[in-house]
Design a protein around this ligand. Structure first.
Ligand code: NAP
Length: 314
């Protein structure tokens, strides 16, 4: 059986593509990947997605989007895509358990946390090194933790961690934050956060788990040690495009190159959300591109089958 449309990824871009493609009566198959909801689901409180004035958790929002997509006929599979073949049509999409064929594909695999790449990071991952405060913050009740980074994610998650931890060191490589002003102002008022400016983490140390971190001041060259049981790394993201194995054009940073209508270098293959090089990596922008990709996929299939467009859309 050839699927009309396979959507790869279950973040806000993929789930929105599922809603729109479902409403276009394509019965899309959405392959969720290893982490349902993507980065959205790792966010504790989402305050800037329209329609939720009191904030909503990322997991709740992901579940609501899934429910909405399924209501319109999207089929959600909890599997992970391992390889694709776009050199043939119908396209081939391989997962751990199945091999599928599809007339069109939307890639919405998002991005994953960037690693620091310092000694101790890999060794202590899961034993003090974390990339998800929502998942692991609870384990640090009355402890000291470190957050690395100066963007929205680092500052917001540092504030979230103060719910549990006694103290949160925020280590940033410059003396100015990149995070939104409103987020900065709130964080500066939080007395549990101690700011460590112009500094980078050079080593994560411990025995069974993390015990301390070596920090270097980039202005003075001075080294110091911060004692902490946990370190949360929020230094941006890298796109999840490895499984594509060069089958669509990527830019020099590994993001998928698309035009404004989400077309990739392969006709019939579209990309949406953070896996594209967006200036603004937000749920709101991911949702917009997911909708766009689904409508373009619908148009592609209609043209392929000689069905008039837009008459066939719901
Ligand atoms: P980001 O905005 O790219 O910020 C990454 C931070 O990490 C920057 O402060 C950067 O320093 C620092 N950094 C990068 N590489 C580093 C390294 N090797 N060592 C030390 N520090 C390093 O990433 P993000 O905070 O994960 O956010 C990603 C996107 O999601 C952004 O578009 C952000 O606005 C969005 N987001 C939004 C919200 C929200 O709206 N509430 C929440 C979370 C994320 P420099 O500043 O010196 O470059």
């Amino acid at each position: 059986m050839v699927e009309n449309l396979i959507i790869i990824g279950s973040g806000p871009a993929g789930l929105t593509a599922g809603i729109y493609a479902g409403r276009a009566q394509l019965s899309p198959l959405l392959i969720a990947g290893s982490a349902f909801g993507g980065q959205m689901a790792l966010t504790n409180e989402i305050e800037n997605y329209p329609g939720f004035p009191e904030a909503i958790t990322g997991q709740e929002l992901a579940q609501l989007m899934q429910k909405q997509a399924e209501r319109f006929g999207a089929k959600v599979e909890m599997d992970e895509v391992t390889a694709v073949d776009f050199s043939v049509h119908p396209f081939k999409v391989k997962t751990y358990t199945q091999e599928y064929e599809a007339k069109a594909v939307i890639i919405a695999t998002g991005a994953s946390p960037r690693k620091l790449g310092v000694p101790g990071e890999e060794e202590f991952t899961g034993r003090g090194v974390s990339y998800c405060a929502t998942c692991d913050g609870f384990f640090y009740q009355n402890r000291t933790v470190i957050v690395v980074g100066g963007g929205d994610a680092a500052v917001e998650e540092a504030m979230f961690l103060t719910k549990y931890a006694n103290k949160v060191y925020l280590v940033h490589r410059r003396n100015r934050l990149r995070a939104e002003k409103v987020v900065q102002e709130r964080a500066f008022k939080n007395e549990k956060i101690e700011w460590v400016w112009d500094s980078v983490v050079t080593e994560i140390m411990g025995e069974q788990g993390v015990a301390q971190v070596r920090v270097k001041n980039l202005k003075t060259g001075e080294e110091s040690f911060l004692k902490a049981e946990g370190i949360f790394i929020y230094i941006g993201n890298v796109p999840n495009t490895q499984f594509l194995d060069g089958q669509v054009e990527l830019n020099e940073r590994g993001y998928i190159v698309t035009d404004r209508q989400c077309h990739t270098s392969v006709p019939g293959v579209f990309a949406a959300g953070d896996v594209q090089e967006w200036v603004l990596q937000q749920i709101a922008t991911a949702v917009g591109s997911g909708a766009m990709a689904a409508m373009e996929a619908d148009k592609f299939i209609a043209e392929l089958e000689g069905t008039a467009y837009p008459e066939r859309t719901a």
